[in-house]
Design a protein around this ligand. Structure first.
Ligand SMILES: [Zn+2]
Ligand SMILES: [Zn+2]
Ligand SMILES: [Zn+2]
Length: 140
């Protein structure tokens, strides 16, 4: 099952639609052409290895577009009052991070050190119920 130079191949890609879930992951996860490290049809760089949890259905998806295609409801960001619950999956090691730890972190997995895509910060408000200025209102 090891293939050291699988980077440029399609690898094991799976598309999962709710209410099914991708059984490769310990959390309920749906998405389009998801690889074993949660890259997807839309975000496929080396650093695109997180899946985000949605407030609407509590499923994890690699991105917004995945959630749109894999479910039949409108997405809701992860609610602020639940920022201390697991809401981010590291596709590299399978660890889950709380929303707070992810948002306060430095774009790397605290468990395995894998680098996350720093560009995700630009649209974090789509995934997390943060203030209008894009900063998490952690004292609220
Ligand atoms: Zn949903
Ligand atoms: Zn996607
Ligand atoms: Zn990790």
């Amino acid at each position: 099952m090891s293939d050291a130079d699988a980077d440029t191949t399609a690898g094991d890609r799976r598309t999962t639609h709710a209410p099914d879930r991708d059984d490769r992951f310990a959390v309920p996860l749906v998405g389009v052409a998801v690889d074993p490290e949660t890259r997807c049809a839309h975000w496929d760089d080396a650093v695109d290895i997180v899946a985000l949890r949605f407030g609407c259905c509590e499923a994890f998806s690699p991105c917004h577009a995945c959630h749109d295609e894999a479910t039949e409801h409108d997405p809701e960001p992860w609610p602020r009052e639940r920022f201390d619950e697991p809401a981010v999956l590291c596709g590299a090691c399978g660890a889950t991070l709380t929303a707070r730890r992810y948002l306060d972190g430095d774009d790397a997995c605290p468990a395995c050190g894998a680098a996350f895509n720093p560009g995700c910060r630009r649209h974090r408000e789509r995934y997390f119920e943060v203030g209008g200025d894009g900063e998490p209102n952690l004292d609220a």
